[in-house]
Design a protein. Sequence first.
Length: 313
Amino acid sequence: MKIMVTGGAGFIGSNLCLGLLKEGHEVVSIDCHFPEGKEHQLHLKSWKTYRAVQHDVIEPLSIDADQIYHLACPASPIHYQQDPIRTFRTAVWGTYNMLELARKQNIPILQASTSEVYGTALEHPQNENYWGNVNPVGLRSCYNEGKRGGESLCMDFHRQHGVKIRLIRIFNTYGPYLDHGDGRVVPNFIISALLNEPISIYGNGNQTRSFQYVDDLLEGMIRMMNNTSGFIGPVNLGNPLELTILDIAQKVIELTGSSSQLVFYPMPSDDPYRRKPDISLAKKMLDWEPRVSLEEGLLKTIEYFSRNLSLKT
């Protein structure tokens, strides 16, 4: 098939492009290269069935395809807060444009939503029936409210126009091709540990997250796109293993043999204290659950950053 991946130059997008190429598909990556750069696509350039198009999904686009994976939107707080208006436009207007393209071509579109739609959750773990607890005027609202708006658009296009949507909510994900300046927990911890620099902990470190390795996510995404049961979601894709931020930092120090020390800073605004997916629906409808252990995934990610840090020095 010919498959379009918006946000194809980003972390998840570039990993997805590679996975689809390995399956024998023709892949067209759509990316405006903000805030991440073209270096994320270097591992894809040798594939003859791969094409990269620089385009901002805020503007309409017309390219023939058989499927659309819509991932375009900065996902790291330091990136999406850099230009919050653009982030919101990408999450809503960009999604509208991709839904219009899917409608006109009568093709399925997978919308990459996020666990951020649950906000500072009052229910734990979070399942798909929970409507969330989001601050609509907070610093993170450009992203989480934008994604909530994107989900609403998907459902309206499905109900009003019969668009074949697939709606997933992605929980914390890590792995190779994460940007060095991503600013989130795993790349920050690994880079600091490899350089034996202090590791920054925000808050007391007892807040929890559930981290999944990117290969597990990709399997869930592809299963969701290709399911023939009529299941449209939303569905959580994440790892239900709940760990504290301190647990992650100590594991990274252990695996890297680092001499890094922990330093503590105030908690950012609206940062959720607990985050854990209920994946019962994914197990039932997609026969999916994460398989890569934390240690295995971290070792692969550490190897990637170690290799790339040595190339940059």
